[in-house]
Every structure is written in structure tokens, then in C-alpha cells.
Design a protein around this ligand. Structure first.
Ligand code: MSK
Length: 634
């Protein structure tokens, strides 16, 4: 069979160019232009050698000025900046998780939010030694959410979910003093350590980066993921569509963007309300079309099949189509540019969270208590805005791909069960997957995650790396904007098996899966940690031994650095296509990349590799996977 014809990067870029022409007509600014304005970037910032932590400075390190005014050297400055970056990411992810815990606390029979996966709630309660027998599910939800909220500030002990990791990992974290305590404490301590006159020893600062990252991945993010599943349902495979062609010129288009599913779930619900659909028809539209951008898109795609309009660097494109009645945002990864941009069109830019307030937006404060009422008001505002569209500005690129999404760990387990024995409901095991890797049918796996970054050609690294890995019989698990890159290019369709090597193709046929598995949003990288732990346990090895690596080829955010830290701390070698702002210190760089004899590799058995050449980055990942295979004797 002929390989499936995929949407190419060039076609996506041509669509963007056409949209920018519309932008030029209405005097819109664009990230493409702003990148030009900001280039070249500040070298001191790029290398992490500028210190702005006290007001004796800023201090910048040069050969002539090798120490800041306080006497801190370049290694201390770079490590402090790196830890602050990590703390920003950990705080952000974890606060998302905290919001979800609060939403869980608001659940009640017939309320705005209910418990959709009671089994999962009971499982977590049991894991946390909370009595479940004969209890009302909402009573249980409230106790579990209170216990979860205490994970943020408890005075003693470490994160409850650490026990999910294999014993060896837990011992490594204890040995290295990086087992995370209360989440807020780790963020707070990171800021304390980096305050003027505290730590300047790179080793201490980097160990706190690992601990702070772990409090995100095995704390805040994991709770965000688990309780989102309890609230909105644990994802199962379902079909959707992706790329800008999912917008519909005959419908009211509402774009949901951000991260917290508490908002988008409600918008999706009210967009299906017969009263709202009738209203849409009364203003001349055929109906209401909700589509997503960034991780909110992942959340609603994997639970409702809501189409994915695009990822991070396409957020302006959805407005540039001229067919976006409202772009509704919650938190994180939202360009402030959307305010002025939406003013060039009829689009309503609706902010909903006190955490993300922006100029030129309409603010409708959203909370679990008023969720239904406010989601309905948002949908109504979008519908009533349809009549303000300027038809001469409407252009929706005709590019759209199909995708199968929603591979939670539970869904992967279920899929593997079907392969093992279609007639018996066996308890979940990762053994069939392990056997495929042991036998060489699959060479290994890559967990690809992260954003877009204008420093690299948008989506190019994601898509080219995926194609290369598939050809080499390496299965992919994806989340965040990387997942949307794959979906937009057709790599999450089951037809993409034609791009795979013979082994992976056979696995896809047997299991009826696409070769690129969608695991969700950026908080859902916690799912990958559970998956890796389950594989290690079922295989009887430690995580660093698995022929598995992580990759963030186009990362850009503080969250990505926090993620990188917890993925590496979990024992997964991680490959970056964009350099962290840490190259100014040879000591820090060596500790992060495993070049020295004291650093991440020695502490946790994994490290970062940085390579900005996409082809070489792919080769390095394949090489590392093969090295791990050789070490296992397979
Ligand atoms: S949305 S953090 S651009 S993955 Fe999660 Fe995408 Fe990166 Fe934001």
C-alpha cells in the first residue's frame, strides 16, 4: 500500500502565510514580526549569565567581570537562574493541579461538576488509606480533595504519589535527598535558596531543581491529571480531527485555549445546549463548533473528540481566519497579543481567570460555583457575535487530518489486554509491550512532549523526528503541543502505520492503534511517569534501563524545564532541541548533560542531551535506545 499522503510542513506554512496576508490587511501584529523585532536576542540572557536577583545589579558576567557584586561566580548565577526557571514551571503546573482539587471539592449530585469516574476515585482513596466502604461518593470526593490540597502545604513527609514509583526509584530519591515534600515548600525553598546571600553552589541548586520538578511531576501535575479523570472521565481512544480546517465558516466558532478543563468542559457542554443551538440558527449559523488550541485542546479532544485547531504557535492563526467568534482562555501559554489581534477582527477575546488577566479582553470570572451560568454566558456572547463577522476577511485553510486520541495508561492497559486475550477480562499488564521490545519487534519508545518555539521552524522538529523514529520501529507517546503537531500532520491516524518499520507496523495492526499515542496535555506527562513505572515493574528492571527516552524538540516554557527535571529524575534520558539558558557555566552544563563526573547522571541515572540539529537529535535518541538494548543484552 502507498504510504499515506500527509499534510506537509510546507502546506501548513503556506496556510499561515495566507492568513498573515489577511492580518496585513487589517493592520494586525504577528509573532513572526515580533521575532524579527527581538532578534538578535540578548547573549547574557541566552547563556543565563545575567543576575537580576538583587538591586545591587543587574550583574552580567564577562571575562573582565567574572563575579557579580556579591562575589557570586558564573556557575552560581547560572544554577540560580535555572532553579528559578524550574520553580516557575513547578508552581504553574501544580497550581493548575490545585484548581482541579478545588473543583473536585465542589462536586455534588446534580451540581455543575460531578464525579464521572467513581472507580478511579475509590482507587486513589484506597491508595491514600482513606476509608471507602459504604461511603457516599461525594463525601469521599470531598475528603480526597482535602487530603490532596494538604499535599501542597503539609508540614511533614513527602508526596503521597511517590509510592507509585518502583522501589529503586524511591531509594534513589531518598539517597540523593530529592524526594519532594509539600509542593509549595519546594517552590518556596527554591526562591529562598536563590535569594541574595543564600545558595551559590551549583550542586545544591541543581538538586533542588530536581526536587522541585519532582514535586510537580509526582505531585501537582499528577493530582491535576488524576482528579481531572475523576471529574471528567478517564480518556479512552476516540476519533477526532486536527488542523485549522476544523473551523467551519458556516458555524459559530468558539476556540477554547489554555489548560484547565474545568472551563472548557463547561463550554463544550453549553455549546451542545439546544437553546444555544437554536440561538445560533436564529443568527444565521448552521450551529456551534467548538475547537481547541494548546493543552485545553488535548483535554477536550481526548474526552469528547472536540477537534484540535492547532498548537501554541497557531493561536494567532485561529483569529486570523476571520471566522473565530470567541477565543476563550483560562491559564498558561496564552499570548497577550490575542487582545490587540482580536480587536482587528470581530473576535471576542474572553479571559476567565484571575491568574491570567490581559488587556483588551472581556473578563468573565470563572469559578466552580458559577461555572454553568458563566459558561452559558460565554457561549451566548460568541453566538451573538456571529452577525459581526466580516465575510470578506474569512479564510479557513483547507487542511484537516484525522486522529485517534485518548491513550491514558488505563486505555493502553486495556488495549494490551485485548491483544493478549480478547475473551478474558485480564488484569492490566504491560508484559505484551515488554515482550515486543525484548524481541526487537519494537526497538524502544520515545516520550515526545513540549511546545513550539520560534527559535526553531514551527512543528518541523516534532514531525520530522516522529517520522524518523517510526521508520526505526520506535513507538511514540505524546502530550502537549507535540501531540497536536502529530495530529495536525496525520501521524495520530491509524493509517500512519504505513510510515513505520515492519515491526511497529505489525504491532499497530495487531493492537489496532496509531503508531503515535496521544496521552494528553502537559500535566499529563505524569501519565508517562506511571507508564514508565509500570513497564519497569513488569519487566523487573529500573526505569533508566528501559529503551525509552524523552524528547522536547521545541520546548519554550518554564513548565518545560520543570518537566525536564522530573522526567530526568524519574530516570528517563531527555533530549532537547532548544538549549536551556544555562550554557554560560561549564560546571552547570556538565552536570545537566552528564559530561562531568558529578551531576544528574550520577545522581539519578539519566541526563539531558542538547542538540539543535534535528537530524542529529534523532540519531542520538536512536543511539541511546540501542545502547540501552545492548546493556540489557537484547
Ligand atoms: S500548551 S507548555 S506550549 S506544550 Fe501545554 Fe503547549 Fe508547551 Fe504550553
Amino acid at each position: 500500500m502507498e504510504p499515506k499522503k500527509l499534510v506537509t510542513i510546507e502546506e501548513m506554512e503556506a496556510a499561515t502565510e495566507r492568513l498573515l496576508e489577511t492580518g496585513a490587511l487589517v493592520g494586525a501584529d504577528s509573532w513572526q514580526q515580533r521575532v524579527k523585532n527581538q532578534t538578535p536576542h540578548c547573549k547574557f540572557g541566552e547563556e543565563g549569565i545575567c543576575c537580576r536577583i538583587c538591586s545591587m545589579g543587574p550583574c552580567r558576567i564577562t571575562p573582565k567581570a567574572p563575579r557579580g557584586i556579591c562575589g557570586c561566580d558564573v556557575h552560581g548565577i547560572v544554577a540560580r537562574n535555572f532553579l528559578r526557571f524550574t520553580a516557575g514551571g513547578s508552581a504553574t503546573h501544580s497550581d493548575h493541579g490545585r484548581e482541579i482539587c478545588h473543583t473536585l471539592h465542589e462536586t455534588r449530585e446534580g451540581g455543575n461538576y460531578t464525579v464521572k469516574d467513581p472507580e478511579k476515585l475509590i482507587r486513589i482513596a484506597t491508595e491514600w488509606d482513606i476509608p471507602t466502604e459504604g461511603r457516599d461518593i461525594y463525601d469521599l470526593a470531598h475528603e480526597v480533595s482535602e487530603t490532596a490540597l494538604l499535599e501542597y502545604g503539609k508540614p511533614f513527609g513527602t508526596q503521597r504519589f511517590l509510592k507509585r514509583a518502583p522501589k529503586e526509584r524511591q531509594e534513589v530519591w531518598e539517597r540523593e535527598g530529592i524526594a519532594p515534600r509539600a509542593i509549595d515548600r519546594e517552590v518556596s525553598q527554591a526562591l529562598h535558596m536563590t535569594h541574595m546571600g543564600c545558595s551559590s553552589l551549583p550542586e545544591a541548586l541543581l538538586k533542588q531543581s530536581l526536587r522541585c520538578g519532582l514535586s510537580d511531576g509526582w505531585g501537582g501535575s499528577m493530582m491535576g491529571t488524576e482528579f481531572s479523570d475523576v471529574l471528567f472521565g478517564t480518556p479512552k481512544p476516540l476519533d477526532t480531527t486536527a488542523n485549522l480546517g476544523v473551523m467551519d465558516k458556516d458555524m459559530v466558532n468558539i476556540i477554547v485555549h489554555g489548560h484547565d478543563p474545568s472551563l472548557s468542559e463547561m463550554v463544550v457542554f453549553y455549546a451542545q445546549d439546544p437553546e444555544m443551538i437554536a440561538l445560533a440558527k436564529s443568527v444565521g449559523a448552521k450551529g456551534i463548533n467548538v475547537a481547541g488550541v494548546c493543552c485545553t485542546s488535548n483535554e477536550v479532544a481526548m474526552r469528547h473528540g472536540i477537534p484540535m485547531a492547532g498548537n501554541f504557535l497557531q493561536q494567532e492563526n485561529v483569529v486570523l481566519t476571520g471566522a473565530c467568534e470567541a477565543i476563550v482562555v483560562d491559564v498558561q501559554c496564552i499570548f497577550p497579543a490575542l487582545g490587540p489581534l482580536s480587536k482587528c477582527f470581530h473576535t471576542k477575546f474572553i479571559t476567565t481567570s484571575n491568574i491570567a488577566r490581559m488587556p483588551d479582553s472581556e473578563f468573565i470570572q470563572f469559578s466552580p460555583e458559577n461555572a454553568g451560568e458563566n459558561a452559558k454566558a460565554i457561549v451566548k456572547m460568541a453566538v451573538e457575535n456571529f452577525k459581526n463577522r466580516k465575510p470578506e476577511l474569512v479564510y479557513i485553510p483547507d487542511i484537516k487530518e484525522t486522529a485517534t486520541v485518548g491513550y491514558s495508561v488505563e486505555a493502553i492497559e486495556k488495549t494490551l489486554d485485548t491483544v493478549t486475550n480478547p475473551f478474558v477480562d485480564v488484569t492490566g499488564t504491560m508484559k505484551p509491550l515488554v515482550e515486543c521490545v525484548e524481541s526487537g519487534v519494537l526497538r524502544g519508545a520515545v516520550a515526545m512532549v513540549g511546545c513550539n518555539n520560534p527559535r526553531v521552524r514551527a512543528d518541523y522538529a516534532h514531525i520530522e523526528l516522529m517520522k524518523k523514529l517510526l521508520k526505526n520501529d520506535i513507538i511514540l507517546v505524546l502530550s502537549g503541543c507535540s501531540a497536536q503537531a502529530a495530529a495536525k500532520a496525520g501521524l495520530m491516524s491509524k493509517d500512519a502505520k504505513e510510515l513505520c518499520g515492519a515491526g511497529l507496523k505489525r504491532v499497530c495492526e495487531l493492537a489496532d492503534i496509531p503508531p503515535v499515542l496521544h496521552m494528553g496535555s502537559c500535566v499529563d506527562i505524569s501519565r508517562m511517569m506511571i507508564l514508565a513505572s509500570r513497564i519497569a515493574e513488569d519487566w523487573g528492571i529500573d526505569i533508566p534501563q528501559i529503551p525509552l527516552v524523552g524528547c522536547a524538540p521545541e520546548w519554550m516554557s518554564e513548565k518545560a524545564v520543570s518537566i525536564g527535571n522530573y522526567v530526568v529524575a524519574t530516570g528517563i534520558d531527555t533530549f532537547l532541541g532548544v538549549s536551556p539558558q544555562a550554557s554560560g557555566s561549564s560546571q552547570v552544563w556538565d552536570m545537566l548533560t552528564g559530561a562531568g563526573d558529578n551531576g544528574y547522571k550520577q545522581w539519578v541515572g539519566a541526563n539531558f542531551t542538547v542538540e539543535t540539529d534535528v537530524e542529529k537529535l534523532g540519531d542520538l535518541m536512536i543511539q541511546r535506545i540501542e545502547e540501552k538494548r545492548a546493556a540489557l543484552g537484547i
